[in-house]
Ligand binder design. Structure first.
Ligand SMILES: Cc1ncc(COP(=O)(O)O)c(C=O)c1O
Length: 320
């Protein structure tokens, strides 16, 4: 995966890619003391547009609040402007965007109040996170031997860098076993989420997903729930057991990196007919059109990077 770009935004400066380095003694590196976002920009007829930018910037600040950072010097408006500027200056049309608020100087005594927060934003061209075949064929997953965080051990509403050691343990194990992705159960034994995706099942035409208490409140999850409702499906948020997945007609996962992908097999059990199912495909289809600005009803999910596109969007919002 090529992660190069021309510039990385660091504390308000556009720093050339090769100079965007940190000191070995940055506490974030040693303790996972950072919060981050994963965002995508997609090329549209009006140029690149960042998907649900404001929601991601708000979640970044929420993650920082959950972690305990106080009085950050950036607000949602400054973060969204910096992200647009970083996409623009790098000239990317389709890209992944990674803002990170990290504990910089100080904080060695494990107290966030003794450190200084820094913000950096990188962008890179990244297409299929789960591989080229995933969209058509679906992926294979297993139930991980690792449990998802207890919500009073780690903070599941926050994208705290340190939380992701749990994801790395699970994903490494699953891929070494020959699967593509891991499904983690919560401390009560119910299905939680994957290493970087929320999970849905379809049974008897109804769509079911675990409620958000033990998992990340995924922005793609919210988009999929909106699309599913708009398509007229009944959607239930309720506890899901491992064997409910085995007997589901369809299972799919969604997240910014993975987008919306069907699961063909879980724990060596074929899901449905082992192909991406019809309801997953219907939702995928609308989602892909929405992110590329092809559906007016979801245009408010897009933040256009080019000035002229922003003016056009304001005019069309006023007219509608
Ligand atoms: C643990 C976890 N769950 C779910 C998601 C999906 O969230 P989103 O759709 O906001 O990317 C992610 C990715 O951010 C994640 O890391």
């Amino acid at each position: 995966m090529a992660m190069e770009s021309k510039f990385i935004w660091m504390n308000g400066e556009m720093v050339p890619f090769e100079k965007a380095t940190l000191h070995f003694l940055t506490p974030a590196l040693h303790y996972g003391a950072a919060v981050f976002e994963g965002i995508r920009a997609y090329n549209t007829e009006k140029g690149p547009a960042v998907f649900r930018l404001k929601d991601h910037a708000e979640r970044l600040l929420d993650s920082a609040r959950v972690f305990g950072f106080r009085e950050l010097p950036w607000d949602v408006g400054q973060i969204t402007a910096a992200i647009k500027q970083t996409v623009k200056v790098n000239g990317f049309k389709d890209c992944y965007i990674r803002p990170l608020v990290y504990l910089d100087g100080g904080g060695w005594n494990l107290n966030v109040d003794f450190g200084k927060p820094s913000l950096a934003i990188a962008v890179w061209e990244w297409t299929n996170y789960l591989g080229d075949e995933a969209l058509a064929k679906g992926i294979r997953a297993n139930i991980s031997s690792f449990t998802r965080h207890h919500p009073n051990v780690m903070m599941t509403k926050a994208k705290i860098a340190g939380n992701y050691a749990n994801s790395i343990l699970a994903k490494t194990e699953s891929q070494r076993l020959g699967f593509d992705e891991a499904i983690l159960l919560d401390p009560q034994g119910y299905v939680a989420e994957c290493t970087g995706e929320n999970l849905f099942l379809v049974r008897g035409g109804k769509i079911i997903t675990p409620s958000t208490a033990p998992v990340l409140e995924g922005i793609t999850r919210h988009s999929i729930l909106t699309i599913a409702n708009d398509l007229g499906y009944e959607v239930l948020e309720q506890p899901v057991s491992r064997d409910q997945l085995y007997i589901a007609d369809e299972v799919f996962v969604c997240g910014t990196a993975a987008e919306c992908i069907g699961l063909s097999e879980i724990d060596f059990r074929k899901i449905g007919d082992g192909m991406t199912g019809p309801i997953t495909r219907a939702i995928q289809h609308v989602f892909h059109d929405a992110i590329r600005g092809k559906l007016a009803q979801y245009d408010n999910w897009l933040a256009y990077v080019e000035e002229t596109a922003i003016i056009k969007q304001q005019v069309s919002l006023k007219a509608s």
